[in-house]
Design a binder for this molecule. Structure first.
Ligand code: NAD
Length: 473
């Protein structure tokens, strides 16, 4: 479904109309274009508070991209970054004299060493002189320490405070199509940062903003991928609901990244499903995931054709909207069965038969309705909030390098949202920091990031792909 307003406001006449009427003015978001595209280009400013933990990892990563690395010159506590600057040929930047012309593609700040609330001043000192220089579709990434791992209340308060900062600054820069994220590391998890920093700095995270991701030290066994163009080479993926919409896009993006994809959908969608599968050299599997024999049939197929599976994406989902008092019981039952119970049963079957391989990835699709609740969607929100509970519990149980995470899409331009009444559709599109709907590919890119072999420390997270929707937390 095409967003005509977005197209209009990006024409010369549209720009002047929205300016004079003070209407929202969404920008065309930059998205990933080509396989050899660097994850970040342009000027990147890297700063830190006292005792930063991740500066070397960050400086290595950014200086190996197509970006030009800068560090602020005037903060004494940044001696560490000054040393790094020498070894990484970074440029010193006079923070008092940045000028209006310089545009930053990204501002990256390592706040992982902050232990005391008075030290939050360094966040202001870094961002205050630079925030207005963030460019179109720019990126802010803040690195912190997970409050769950903090040893004092003061440290936990300081680190938690970063969440409020990032969520607010995301709202301030959204009109430029720019985004802000917080990464909370567990102690010693610096080496697990790479895939997350790459993702958040890249155009792949175009519609993700105001998010907090926790990175654990957990299991470095999967850190074998150096192939950034096709990191999923050799992996077998199962994607449910793959004949159209978000599922189709997930199948295409995982195949782009090198995976062999088993595309699953209901038998009635077989023609479209085969079209998708054939176009990506994948396989089409017709199955209803709620059939009593469904999980066994899926496991049999994966065993017979591939002796197992590496990536399982539970995307298939339905809505059956009605206010609770008017909702027939089969609306309730089917929504819970498709959106929640089937995921558990498929995973149980795959794991009982040891078909999910070491360093496997399970990704579930939740929804912001599951986080915020939605009128007329008690069944849907129940199922999608259940997905979050399932992911959080399973993340603690999985072994052998296997991770489980979820995405929670907001308003995504699909057949589902195209069917909404126009007023609700327009409100859904504009009520986020980026003032537009996302595309299926935005959800797919987030799923591909979870699936990356370098994302072994990313476990139990729920990332909202919603342009920082105003609803929910
Ligand atoms: P869609 O309706 O276009 O696609 C869903 C697919 O799931 C369909 O191909 C359908 O045939 C398949 N499916 C349904 N029941 C099935 C079953 N029993 N067995 C096998 N396949 C089945 O929806 P979409 O918009 O692409 O959404 C994909 C996922 O994203 C869903 O889980 C949805 O709840 C979630 N989501 C979407 C949005 C959005 O804005 N589009 C927002 C939040 C969450």
């Amino acid at each position: 479904m095409s967003d005509l307003y977005l197209k209009f406001v990006n024409t010369p006449i549209g720009k002047s109309v929205v300016q004079s009427l003070s209407l929202p003015s969404p920008v065309n978001l930059e998205r990933w274009q080509r396989a050899d595209q660097p994850f970040v280009e342009g000027h990147v400013l890297l700063g830190a508070g006292p005792e930063p933990k991740a500066m070397k990892v960050l400086a290595d990563l950014i200086s190996n991209s197509a970006a030009t690395l800068y560090y602020p010159d005037h903060v004494e506590s940044l001696r560490a970054s000054a040393d790094l600057a020498q070894s990484h040929k970074a440029n010193s930047l006079e923070m008092d004299n940045i000028g209006e012309q310089r545009r930053f593609k990204a501002l990256v700040f390592d706040a992982s060493g902050l232990t005391d609330t008075t030290q939050l001043r360094c966040v202001y000192d870094f961002f205050h002189p630079t925030i207005r220089n963030i460019g179109r579709c720019g990126r802010i990434v803040v690195i912190g320490t997970d409050p769950a791992d903090c040893t004092t209340a003061a440290q936990a308060a300081t680190q938690k405070a970063l969440e409020g900062f990032v969520r607010s600054v995301g709202k301030e820069i959204g009109k430029k199509g720019a985004t802000a994220q917080l990464i909370w590391m567990a102690p010693g998890a610096e080496t697990q940062l790479e895939s997350t920093v790459r993702f958040f700095l890249s155009p792949k995270a175009a519609f993700v903003s105001g998010q907090v991701v926790r990175i654990s030290k957990r299991d470095g066994k999967g850190r074998t991928a150096t192939n950034n163009i096709a990191p999923l080479t050799g992996k077998v993926a199962l994607v449910t609901g793959a004949s159209r919409g978000i599922g189709e896009s997930v199948a295409r993006v995982l195949a782009r990244d090198g995976a062999t994809v088993v595309c699953l959908d209901v038998p009635a969608a077989m023609a479209a499903l085969e079209g998708v599968a054939n176009s990506i050299n994948g396989k089409a599997l017709a199955a209803d995931i709620t059939e009593p024999n469904g999980p066994k049939a899926i496991a049999d197929y994966l065993e017979e054709h591939f002796k197992g599976v590496d990536l399982v994406v539970h995307n298939a989902g339905i809505t059956r909207d009605k206010t609770l008092g008017r909702m027939p019981d089969h609306f309730w039952d089917l929504t819970i069965a498709v959106n929640l119970t089937a995921e558990e049963l498929i995973n149980d079957e795959l794991m009982k038969r040891k078909l999910l391989r070491s360093n496997g990835r399970i990704v579930c699709v939740s929804s912001i309705s599951g986080i915020a609740g939605n009128f007329g969607q008690t069944n849907y929100a129940t199922s999608k909030c259940g997905v979050i509970g399932y992911v959080e519990a399973m993340a603690k149980q999985l072994k052998d390098g296997i991770t489980i995470n979820a995405v929670a899409p907001g308003f995504i331009e699909t057949q589902m949202t195209a069917a909404m009444p126009i007023t609700i559709r327009e409100a859904g599109r504009r009520m986020n920091s980026l003032s537009q709907g996302g595309l299926p590919v935005d959800v797919a890119e987030t799923i591909a990031y979870y699936c990356n072999p370098l994302s072994g420390g990313v476990n139990g997270n729920i990332i909202r792909v919603c342009g920082q929707s105003l609803i929910g937390k």
